[in-house]
Design a protein around this ligand. Structure first.
Ligand SMILES: NC(=O)c1ccc[n+]([C@@H]2O[C@H](COP(=O)([O-])OP(=O)(O)OC[C@H]3O[C@@H](n4cnc5c(N)ncnc54)[C@H](OP(=O)(O)O)[C@@H]3O)[C@@H](O)[C@H]2O)c1
Length: 347
């Protein structure tokens, strides 16, 4: 297996988790100076190349069975990696949460099917637990026509996650309506969510990956996704409706980018150990019946490392479904439970 973007914050966590699981991946990334020390620390093979270099990419994939792409924003990386995977007949996994990337890979499904290649994006916190919860809710209410998912992620964000969020700043939100992804205003809706921690939390609509994936997993045509955020951030998102043009300006983006570059790579080990992520989901049908469930899992980055490696191990072990897949379609709901998540069914 090859891990691209191995020296990033999350990539490094994934490399460590892979070693713990007895895997010896080939580490890859575009910057040899960052890659080499990581590979030497773990005594792993490595290869540095830019994703624009299709020859180097093809060469690195020779005799590999899967690529785990950890280099995000994935809008900038998924196309060359997935194209090389199709050429070399290598399975493609990543840890994206970006709607465009899921949809881009879904559009390659036929090609992947005929090449016998599995395209399995989103094997991290986004979207393994939410996707499995969506599938669980659909099982509970097969007539469901509306799905709402909300999450509360504890422990803070990595630099890479912030960079990826910066890409979307000043753009519209997204929901799925009657099977189609449609734009909505930033912070389109706010609702109060009971995640089961004894408080109600204000959660704001955001374009989370499940707007794309839950449709493929459940066939439910109307999907909304929410994140619980502090009031100040919700206000800022509201304001971005009026200042979208400003947020898209290169100069401001550069300034924000510099602030992100100067921040910590991501939550440290102690923070990851003590933080938790909570997910709440609701499905309703046209008769007005609704059911709710909650899911609890550990810190999002630790979960991502475990989930990505578990998914890679399943694929390396022959658990392969060619074509575009979502986590719940590939491995069923038991996948998230085996990763230590707990689901509670409410009414
Ligand atoms: N699904 C989930 O739940 C989940 C969880 C964690 C992270 N993520 C996502 O994963 C991505 C990485 O997060 P992180 O925390 O690891 O960020 P990070 O520490 O900034 O690492 C990003 C990695 O991607 C590489 N990269 C970025 N753009 C590239 C390009 N165009 N070509 C080649 N390599 C490129 C970087 O290489 P350079 O240093 O050379 O730029 C670095 O190795 C983000 O998009 C984040 O949102 C998703």
């Amino acid at each position: 297996m090859l891990i691209y973007g191995a020296y990033g914050y999350t990539g490094s966590l994934i490399v460590e988790a892979a070693l713990e699981q007895g895997l010896r991946p080939l580490l890859a990334g575009r910057d040899l100076r960052k890659l080499k020390p990581l590979a030497e620390r773990f005594g792993l093979p490595f290869t540095a190349f830019d994703l624009q270099d299709a020859t180097a990419l093809d060469h690195a994939l020779k005799e590999k069975r899967l690529v785990l792409n950890c280099a995000g924003p994935f809008t900038q990386t998924f196309q060359p990696v997935a194209a090389a995977c199709l050429r070399q007949r290598v399975h493609y996994l990543d840890i994206t949460g970006e709607i465009e990337v899921f949809e881009g890979l879904a559009s390659l499904s036929k090609q992947a099917l005929s090449a016998g290649v599995m395209l399995l994006p989103g094997v991290g916190f986004d979207v393994v637990p939410t996707d499995c919860l969506a599938a669980h809710l659909k099982d509970r209410l097969p007539s469901a026509t509306h799905l709402t998912l909300a999450f509360r992620a504890g422990g803070g964000l990595s630099r890479g996650t912030r960079r990826t969020m910066l890409e979307g700043l000043g753009r519209s939100g997204a929901v799925r309506r009657d099977g189609h992804i449609v734009p909505v205003a930033p912070a389109w809706k706010v609702r109060q969510v009971d995640f089961g921690d004894g408080h109600m939390h204000a959660a704001v609509s955001i374009p989370w990956g499940d707007v794309a994936t839950a449709w493929y997993s459940t066939g439910i045509p109307n999907i909304e996704t929410y994140a619980a955020l502090p009031a100040a951030q919700i206000r800022a998102l509201h304001l971005s409706r009026h200042f979208g043009w400003l947020l898209r300006r290169k100069l401001l983006r550069k300034q924000l980018q510099r602030r992100i570059d100067a921040s910590a790579p991501g939550p440290d080990a102690a923070t990851r150990r003590k933080s938790e992520s909570l997910i709440w989901g609701e499905v309703c049908d046209l008769q007005g019946q609704c059911v709710h469930s909650r899911l609890r899992c550990g810190n999002g980055y630790s979960f991502t490392a475990r989930a990505a490696v578990a998914a890679a191990k399943r694929v390396l072990g022959g658990d392969i479904k060619p074509g575009f897949q979502t986590p719940s379609r590939a491995f069923a709901i038991g996948f998230v439970l085996a990763l230590g998540a707990r689901i509670t069914d409410l009414t």
